[in-house]
Structure formats: structure tokens, C-alpha cells
Ligand binder design. Structure first.
Ligand code: ADE
Length: 226
């Protein structure tokens, strides 16, 4: 998979993309993450990327030319499955949407800033708008990191044990069961004995029951979905 990210702040991605799963997925060739600074496509002498909104109002708006020049430049070299704009107005990101997008070959992700982006970009160049939650971030960068992480870990081969993505919370419409590691006894708090029993059937049954109980308690709506 190739993910092209359009941003005014490419440096923000350096840390998150350089550790753990995202780092390994890139070095093993499962994903190519490319960052593009929208300012490089600015048309004015001073490389402006934002301007005052027509009709007045608070905040600046990202200009159409730098963004569209950047999108068109990339589109001349690559065919994209989706051109995604991250925005609180978008479709809510959830696991089924992540599963679907993780099958893509090429994705473009546009990070907005200021008060938003010129509406003509959204209506004519964006194919999908995604929100990572019902709250407002200062820009799309952190949302792009969240989206990238959730997609990349689903690419076959990225996780060591392929089943570990399948057993994630949400994959069966269930939250994950509790997990424990050594020591067996921590200040008198002991690990449930069934997990040490060696009985795979009993362990699987316990995990399932715990997952259902946890889901019923914390996210009853998930049990009713689908
Ligand atoms: N940009 C600002 N807020 C956002 C959100 N909640 N999701 C995606 N992009 C955003």
C-alpha cells in the first residue's frame, strides 16, 4: 500500500511514523508512507496557503490552488482508490471502515487546518471525508496518524501473528477480554486459574464469556449492531 499525506506540517509525522509497527511495516516494504508539504505547491510569491474567508467570519481558509496543484500532481503519477479529507464533518471512522480501506493499493489523505479548506476542493477533488470522533482537533494531522496506524496494522504480514489483528476489540463486534502476564501473584492479586489450566477449550470459553460480559457492561450498543 502507498499512502500519500498532504499536510502543512510534515515534521509532525516524524515521531509517530518512526516507531513500532509503523516503522517495521515501512522497513519490511508493506507500506510506503509519503509526506507532501502543501506549501511546495503554493502559487504566490510569499508561498501563501491560506486566506480570509469570503463573506467574513473568524479564521483563515486553506486556498484552493496549492491543494489542488498538489492533488493533481500526485494524481498524474498514481491512481488512487480514495482521496480522503479528514474533517469532523466526515463519516465516523470505525473498524468496518478501516477493514475496507486497508484493502486499498493507493490512498491520498489531505490534512486540513485553520477554519477549513475551500469548499471547491471538497466538492470536486475529495472522494471521501472521514472523522476520527465527535470532537474538534486543531488540524487533520493527528487524525491522519490515527487513520494510517489503524489501516497499516491490518495489512497482511504487518503484525507478527496474523491472528492478533483479528482478535482486536471490535473485530467480532466484541471488546477484547482481559489479559494477564507474570507474576501470577501480585500483592495477593492472582491471575484467573483457568488461564493456567492448559485446557484450550476452557480458556477459549472463558475469553469469549469475558469479552461478552465486558461488551455488555461497557458498550451494550455493539451487541445490537449488525
Ligand atoms: N480535523 C479536526 N477535527 C477532526 C476530527 N475529529 N476528525 C478528523 N479530522 C479532524
Amino acid at each position: 500500500m502507498v499512502i500519500d499525506i498532504l499536510t502543512l506540517f510534515p515534521e509532525m509525522f516524524e515521531g509517530p511514523f518512526s516507531y513500532s509497527i509503523l516503522k517495521r511495516a515501512q522497513s519490511k516494504g508493506h507500506v510506503i508512507l509519503r509526506l507532501h508539504n502543501i506549501r511546495d505547491w503554493a502559487v504566490s510569491k510569499h508561498k501563501n496557503v491560506d486566506d480570509y474567508p469570503y463573506g467574513g467570519g473568524a479564521g483563515m481558509v486553506m486556498m484552493v490552488e496549492p491543494v489542488v496543484n498538489c492533488i493533481e500532481d500526485l494524481k498524474s503519477k498514481t491512481i488512487y482508490d480514495e482521496i480522503i479529507y479528514l474533517s469532523p464533518d466526515g463519516e465516523l471512522l470505525n473498524q468496518p471502515l478501516a477493514n475496507r480501506l486497508s484493502g486499498s493499493q493507493n490512498l491520498m489523505i489531505l490534512c486540513g487546518h485553520y477554519k477549513g479548506i475551500d469548499e471547491r476542493i471538497r466538492t470536486h477533488f475529495i472522494t471521501r471525508e472521514i472523522s476520527i470522533g465527535d470532537y474538534v482537533l486543531s488540524g487533520g494531522e493527528m487524525a491522519a496518524m490515527v487513520l494510517t496506524d489503524t489501516l497499516v496494522r491490518l495489512i497482511p504480514g504487518v503484525l507478527n501473528d496474523e491472528t492478533s489483528a483479528l482478535s482486536d476489540s471490535y473485530q467480532d463486534n466484541l471488546l477484547s477480554p482481559p489479559v494477564f502476564t507474570r507474576p501470577y501473584d501480585f500483592r495477593g492479586l492472582q491471575v484467573p486459574d483457568v488461564l493456567l489450566s492448559g485446557n484450550d477449550r476452557e480458556i477459549a470459553k472463558w475469553k469469549y464469556e469475558q469479552a461478552v460480559a465486558r461488551t455488555r457492561e461497557r458498550r451494550p450498543g455493539m451487541l445490537l449492531e449488525e
